[in-house]
Design a protein around this ligand. Sequence first.
Ligand code: PLP
Length: 382
Amino acid sequence: MKDERASGERGEAAAAAQEGANATPSADPRRFVRPQLRALAAYHLDLSPCPHKLDQNEVPFDLPRRLKERIARRWLARDWARYPDFHSDELRRRLGRRHRWPWRGVLVGNGSNELLGVVLEAVVRSGQEVLIHLPSFGLYKAFVLRAGGVPRFVGPRPDVRLPLAELAAAVAEDPRRPLILCSPNNPTGDAAEPAAIERLLEALDAPLLLDNAYGEFCRYDYRPLLARHRHLILLRTFSKAWSLAGQRLGYLLADPGLVDELIKVKLPYNVGHASAIAGEEALAAGAAVDRRIRVILGRRPQWKRMLEGLGFEVFPSEANFLLVRHPQAARIQRALEARGVRARDVSGYPGLDLCLRLSVGSGRDLRATERALRAILEEIRA
Ligand SMILES: Cc1ncc(COP(=O)(O)O)c(C=O)c1O
């Protein structure tokens, strides 16, 4: 497997060198881009307006108007001609207080995705393998390649649950490979018990990047593992439970000494005035956010019941979305779109044939989705 990949890469590199040798100086400049990156498809989604948008795992509520106005007032009062703080220290302090973790062990980024890239760039050696489980968040592969690493995929299992035993075997085989674990997992919603993650940490002699973007919706709290395992990096985001996907803000919690090193890799001023203020104010309104999380958690079983009642297989979810399977998934997804409900077709992910993913939306979304599905399934039966 390893040799196959290595010879594939040598082939690509030779092809690129050949392309370079034949090129005139004005030839297509794409030839300068590393072949592994050129082979990637750009991240793309339909962002056109849609009455019931359930395809990006967002929450259905914007920040309350009063809170947005407070953020806007503070933003207006800032001097926009001046750079922001290098590393958004005030927000780091507030996050440290919320999570009872030293603020120097908090790093803030332009979305948690930025930080995932920063960590990998900092820790992955050129050509080093990085363990990624399947199915999982599609961007991990690109981040590993960007960092000069080689993704080594584990899974999918037939039941598409997190392949924890398989990951443990891969770690036992070589404990020095960094591991990216998404829990709750996007796009399945499955989550690992803290004890299972702890067992991986005990065997691993490399960083474990635990993507906990949906952590607020999950029964498990992984934060206590941080104090016991200094190679754990816990990534969180303001994009989901905190209603701030549009502001691009995420953070990580890790060993303060490690964060000191990551700061050298992260760009200075990576978070602008507006996002940092939005994060600070959202944290100050944390009690209201907690109530909204409870609303989503209350709705998740309603969505599950509705979908199961209509004949979908619904996978267990610890996140604000549900993975479902149906023999007519692709047709249903297209018909939903035509009726103003946007679900995500995830059937192309390894192991997820015939699967769709839907965010847990508002009550209105739920009623509209149920109406649309009833009509579509009737058409299919007719
Ligand atoms: C697994 C996972 N990680 C991270 C993110 C969010 O990243 P960001 O904080 O950059 O919005 C998402 C968003 O869809 C996700 O699904």
